[in-house]
Design a protein around this ligand. Structure first.
Ligand SMILES: [Zn+2]
Length: 242
């Protein structure tokens, strides 16, 4: 059967078409769609230098056309603060929930998440040794070792965090200095290890991260007061590293 040959739209054409549907009276600006290596299935849209810049996780590059279309609706509706049509929202959500996609996302988060962490052996403190020692002292050596490392940036507000998606404990590189007492590094590590031990609870729909039980365990750390005191005073006086 002879039929009209349907040209496959480029991603840019998809965005311009959806733009026209949402804003029939505005001429759509030039569109640039980029697939980027994000550590997650994130996508962003913004007006930049007279064009619409769309950055999409490369994980979605091979997604079916209906999913690309759904994402275009989602991003443009967000940009214009419109309600996202249910069929597009559902199509996108269903795709992300497909087993194969879920696994690919997990794998990618794992691989890429790791790369942003510096190795645990710092200049002044070795986080693996700290972990092992605390594991032995407080957890009977039973805690399985997560990915451990220093952050790239020297944050003073966030001295450590446990990232469940990557199963990683990351300490702020500001603590990898001579002036940072071993006690403080140990305390921050201990706090993050407690997150492994006490998973996040849900209470009345809210995520409860530091439960009463967690707080109690934390206060059992010898030198708790001393460590907190250093974090509230000396930490803020440390000079920036050259
Ligand atoms: Zn915490």
């Amino acid at each position: 059967m002879q039929g009209e040959r349907l040209e496959k739209e480029t991603p840019e054409q998809v965005y311009r078409r959806v733009f026209r549907e949402l804003k029939p009276r505005t001429a759509p600006p030039p569109v640039l769609v980029q697939y980027r290596r994000f550590a997650n299935v994130n996508s962003f849209i913004e007006f930049k230098e007279g064009r619409l810049l769309v950055r999409i996780s490369d994980l979605l590059q091979r997604a079916p056309e209906s999913v690309q279309e759904a994402l275009a609706w989602i991003l443009l509706c967000k940009l214009f603060r419109r309600r996202i049509p249910a069929r597009h929202r559902d199509r996108y959500r269903r795709y992300l929930n497909e087993d194969e996609v879920t696994r690919a996302v997990e794998r990618l988060r794992h691989e890429r998440g790791r790369k942003s962490i510096l190795p645990p052996a710092g200049e002044h403190h070795d986080l693996l040794r700290v972990f092992d020692e605390l594991n032995f002292r407080f957890f009977h050596g039973l805690m399985s070792q997560p990915v451990i490392g220093w952050s790239q940036t020297e944050s003073r507000n966030i001295l450590g965090h446990y990232d469940a998606a990557h199963n990683a404990i990351v300490l702020s590189r500001i603590l990898d200095r001579e002036e940072a007492p071993a006690l403080v590094v140990e305390y921050v590590m201990y706090h993050e290890m407690l997150h492994l031990r006490h998973p996040v609870e849900r209470r009345a729909g809210r995520r409860c991260i530091h439960t009463a039980e967690f707080r109690k365990a934390e206060e059992e750390f010898p030198g708790f007061e001393q460590a907190r005191n250093w974090m509230e005073t000396v930490l803020w006086r440390l000079p920036r590293r050259a």
